[in-house]
Design a protein around this ligand. Structure first.
Ligand code: E4P
Length: 329
């Protein structure tokens, strides 16, 4: 992903993160999001914790600054919090102000909250899971699309009608030029489509080109941290490390997720880590502990997350006790 003008205003420095000449207004300040667990769930109304401004006292809030200073404030975030302030610039989208892609995109990067995607192209599974209200997006691959037997574009469009979130659609081409053409066409199917490209030389070339055009790319078939570094450099929106397939060959797939998360955090790459090829509940929990931004799960695995014998037993007992006293039969 290419950095937008707004992102260029954000510079990591040894002493913390500084934003210069950030033109923001009180009402435009949304929150502070941070990658430390303590602050992960800060909501929009939270005060600006950890945000320090020169000459503005101990724990200032942007709104406490006089207007002129507000417009040109240099903000330094406490380095130990590894925090990022979500500031909405005044000014026109795409110019000196707000990134053209809008608030959702911006928030999706810095609003750190694990997302769950469904790894399927099956509409029935998607409808069932969508009813639970916990599905944030979808991943597909050529195998999953082929299983449904419907032309890819048609199936992707139908998926986008069910789930309101990123939907990964994978290219079939293997040469960069053809991947770019196919990627552009897939991106036109629906605004939520994320183009999925394999982690090959051609795939990375196509990723650089498409990301530069503002097309979101999910780089897939990632099996090493070095590959993940290349994807981030090429501006990938998601990187998909395949945990289960590494386990299949006797490696510890989750180590890869941990390494990628650490590398990306070292350098503040915006690429989101999408733990893929998750085969069971333990994988999902470990991916969450590792700090993966997203886990993509087959329906069967998502469904299994609900299960606990003590939940069943407890519910049975509650109903039994209640009905002993209040049953109408
Ligand atoms: C997702 O993007 C991948 O295509 C998927 O998770 C692969 O899973 P598998 O290794 O179980 O086929």
């Amino acid at each position: 992903m290419r950095r937008t003008p707004a992102f260029r205003a954000w510079a990591a420095t040894p002493g913390g993160m500084e934003f210069d000449n950030f033109r923001c207004r009180r009402e435009a300040l949304f929150a502070v999001a941070t990658r430390t667990p303590r602050f992960r769930h800060i909501d929009r109304s939270h005060p600006v914790q950890g945000l320090r401004m020169p000459g503005a006292g101990a724990s200032p809030h942007l709104s406490t600054l006089p207007a002129p200073q507000r417009r040109t404030a240099t903000c330094t975030l406490f380095p130990q919090l590894r925090a990022s302030a979500l500031l909405r610039c005044s000014g026109a989208a795409g110019s000196a102000g707000w990134p053209a892609r809008g608030l959702d995109w911006f928030q999706s990067l810095y609003w750190v909250r694990m997302k769950l995607f469904l790894d399927t192209a099956n509409l029935d599974e998607l409808r069932a899971a969508a009813r639970w209200g916990i599905v944030d997006g979808v991943t597909t691959n050529p195998t999953l699309i082929a299983k449904e037997g419907i032309p890819r574009e048609e199936q992707i469009a139908a998926i986008c009608e069910i789930v309101a979130g990123p939907v990964s659609a994978e290219v079939i081409a293997v040469e960069a030029k053809a991947m770019i053409t196919e990627g552009r066409a897939l991106a036109r199917v629906h605004k939520n489509v994320v183009v999925k490209l394999p982690l090959t030389r051609d795939g990375i070339e196509a990723c650089s080109a498409l990301s530069g055009e503002g097309v979101r790319v999910n780089v897939t078939l990632c099996f090493s941290p070095a590959q993940a570094l290349l994807a981030a450099k090429a501006g990938a929106y998601f990187i998909s490390p395949f945990v289960g397939r590494l386990d299949d060959i006797g490696a510890t797939g989750m180590d890869l997720v941990r390494q990628i998360v650490a590398i990306y955090e070292n350098f503040d790459f915006e690429t989101q880590v999408l733990a893929a090829s998750l085969r069971g509940a333990l994988h999902v929990v470990e991916a969450a502990l590792a700090g993966a931004h997203i886990g993509t799960l087959p329906f069967k695995v998502l469904d299994s997350l609900f299960n606990h014998p003590l939940t069943d037993k407890g519910l049975e007992q509650f109903l039994k006790d209640y009905n002993k006293v209040f049953a109408t039969t």
